[in-house]
Design a protein around this ligand. Structure first.
Ligand SMILES: Nc1ncnc2c1ncn2[C@@H]1O[C@H](COP(=O)(O)OP(=O)(O)OP(=O)(O)O)[C@@H](O)[C@H]1O
Length: 643
């Protein structure tokens, strides 16, 4: 039986997404791929720093390939020189050589595995860090428009699959090629006529292997699609929300039927896939017997003619497996090469996204500005390619034309002029979708405006380094995020050197110290994603404490909308009073008390500033503000009064 280990023919080899996941994934990637030299060349560049290892690996493979054919040659010598001439000393000599060579090729194999893994792991580590670095430079908008799972998968799974690019594709290519070269060299030097006979059988191996490889690959793609369909159905229907929806709408029967259909299709595909491999096995078995049979017949005749010794035929049959195995593997190599190209295409797809916000060069000390903010003729768009339409054009459908796709609004902000003096509190109000959050996000340069400019203390924000700019301001988002870490470590994000006393002082000012002190491990309690759950009001006060610890001159605040009981509301108001005191503040305000305390209120509508004034002025002069006051702030305030 020949060496077909590289052929991946096992019935269940690719059917399960569990074991051998990498190979399964590589095949999927190769599905719709075409060879792209530019990507391949670019991918190879990552190996340049490791060229000394690459050269050593190639030498090792070369030595191992020649070492691999020597046993066949020694066998010939044992039979034709040792046994035929009845020389025991020659037999012992050649046998010892045989043993030494197998030890040496074994050691070379270990060296080759070690070096190729060293190269692969180094290249992987390089890619991981450069991808992570690149992602750190991206804007928040970049993450908003992509699935976190997909990005994680590129940094982890795709990069991990580089391992097989090195060990299967590159090393496989070189070693198979050298094995074939070494084998052919020995065959032709022993007997060219027998060598030609051995090569004649080759197409019988290579052609079906390629064809079967292709159809298995196609089936594998289909299996994978059905598996992922099943996984989606399972995760949706077995999750709490999905389970609830299915029961409410009495969909159990339909769900079962859908699952049954996928299940049956999958079963049929897997059976077909297993059979494709079996037919090939039968064919290969047949050919692996035909090769030696022809050799024995023709070789036997040559022996009878006295042209060659018996040892040559024995050596040739041993060499056949070293020829057919690598040839079949080379015939399949295009799958690995295409998957590698697909893999690098995905990795480069991320690397090639230029960060939307370019870093400036000017540095200033942390918290060193006075806090003057100016926006001049600022316009911003999430859809730069959309038609020039009014900002609200996307929301209303054209009259009577409900089938038409609504046009996307080009401008989320249009011609915003706004000046905020140091120490001033400005409340942003307006209906949902007016552009308040968009405006707030422009100040720390989470995005840049398409037109106009923003200044802090007279400096264009684009000239400052992002680090210097962001070190001047603190942000309290509507739903603050905390890492899965202790309260203390989450607070120290704002100031690495903060002492416990400083943290406690900030938390006291933010009205959250008592709550933290009462946690199981106080400031060392783990909060965040899966840690101790803080309530919405607690999270906001902890976020306020974090900004207080940072002590910036500029505060950006997106006030929580949720109604809270009076005690908590009081605490938040007190925390806010400390936060806003003596700082420039831009607040997306949802609470009347905050609005009333503001130095000026900016009313936004459809991406523009509709009015600016105090509460008293605006209630009189601005119908939109009056409406907001009556429908939102006023009622909410009334509820609180009742509470
Ligand atoms: N990441 C985004 N991609 C595309 N469009 C966006 C994005 N974020 C916001 N928008 C759109 O920009 C407009 C302004 O949104 P923005 O979030 O600034 O409004 P808002 O006044 O803060 O609303 P709310 O009070 O409901 O939070 C909306 O039409 C919104 O759909």
């Amino acid at each position: 039986m020949q060496d077909f280990r590289g052929l991946d023919l096992g019935a269940g080899s690719g059917g399960s997404p569990g074991g051998g996941g990498n190979r399964w994934r590589m095949r999927e990637l190769a599905q719709n791929e075409h060879f792209d030299w530019a990507i391949f060349r670019r991918a190879l560049r990552a190996f340049i720093p490791y060229w000394p290892y690459t050269i050593i690996v190639t030498i090792v493979i070369l030595a191992a390939s020649f070492g691999g054919v020597l046993p066949a040659w020694l066998t010939q010598k044992i039979i034709d020189d040792g046994i035929a001439r009845r020389s025991m000393s020659l037999i012992v000599e050649y046998t010892l050589a045989l043993i030494l060579i197998s030890i040496a090729t074994g050691l070379l194999g270990v060296l080759q595995t070690w070096l190729s893994n060293l190269i692969a792991q180094n290249v992987m580590a390089d890619y991981r860090i450069s991808l992570f670095r690149h992602l750190q430079r991206q804007t928040v908008g970049f993450f908003a428009s992509r699935q976190a799972g997909d990005l994680v998968s590129r940094v982890t799974n795709d990069v991990t699959a580089i391992q097989s690019v090195v060990t299967t594709t590159l090393v496989g290519f070189v070693s198979n090629l050298l094995n074939i070269a070494a084998t052919l060299f020995l065959m032709f030097s022993m007997n060219w006529r027998l060598a030609i006979l051995a090569v004649i059988v080759v197409p019988g191996f290579v052609i079906p292997t390629q064809r079967v490889g292709k159809s298995r690959q196609k089936l594998q793609g289909q299996i994978q699609q059905w598996l992922s369909k099943m996984t989606v159905q399972l995760s949706e229907s077995l999750g709490v929300s999905g389970a609830l929806l299915i029961r409410i709408f009495n969909r159990q029967g339909a769900e079962e039927k859908e699952f049954d259909d996928s299940n049956r299709t999958l079963r049929d595909l897997q059976v077909r896939q297993a059979l494709v491999g079996r037919w090939l096995f039968m064919w290969l078995n047949m050919f692996s017997s035909i090769g030696p049979a022809l050799l024995w017949m023709y070789g036997g005749w040559l022996v009878l003619q006295g042209e060659i010794g018996l040892g040559t035929i024995v050596a040739f049959t041993a060499l056949l497996s070293r020829l057919y195995g690598p040839l079949s593997q080379l015939a399949q190599l295009h799958v690995s090469i295409l998957s590698s190209v697909a893999l690098f295409r995905r990795i480069f797809g991320i690397m090639d996204v230029e960060p939307e916000v370019k870093d400036g060069t000017r540095t200033i000390a942390d918290n060193s500005v006075q806090g003057r903010i100016r926006l001049s003729k600022v316009s911003f768009s999430y859809h730069p390619a959309a038609q020039d339409a009014e900002p609200d054009a996307g929301r209303g459908r054209p009259e009577g034309g409900d089938a038409a796709e609504p046009p996307v609004a080009r401008w989320a902000l249009r011609n915003i002029d706004l000046a905020i003096e140091p120490g001033e509190t400005v409340a942003l109000v307006g209906p949902s979708g007016a552009g308040k959050t968009t405006l707030l996000n422009l100040i720390p340069r989470f995005s840049d405006p398409a037109e106009g400019a923003l200044e802090v203390d007279g400096m264009d924000t684009r000239t400052l380094t992002l680090h210097a700019l962001r070190a001047q301001m603190g942000l309290v988002p509507q739903d603050p995020f905390f890492f899965h870490d202790t309260v203390a470590n989450n607070l120290q994000l704002a100031k690495e050197t903060a002492t416990r006393a400083e943290m406690e002082a900030a938390c006291r000012a933010a009205q959250i110290h008592d709550t933290i002190a009462a946690l199981p491990e106080g400031y060392d309690t783990v909060v965040g994603e899966r840690g101790y759950r803080l309530s919405g009001g607690e999270r906001q006060r902890l976020a306020i404490a974090r900004v207080l610890l940072q002590g910036p001159k500029i505060v950006l605040l997106d006030e929580a909308t949720s109604a809270l009981d009076t005690v908590i509301e009081r605490k938040i108001q007190d925390a806010l009073a400390v936060l806003l005191e003596g700082r420039t503040a831009l607040v997306i305000a949802h609470r009347l008390s905050t609005i009333l305390k503001a130095d000026k209120i900016v009313v936004m509508e459809k991406g523009r500033i509709a009015a600016i004034g105090t509460h008293a002025e605006l209630v009189e002069s601005d119908p939109l503000y009056k409406q907001l006051y009556e429908t939102q702030f006023h009622i909410e305030d009334g509820l609180r009064q009742q509470g």
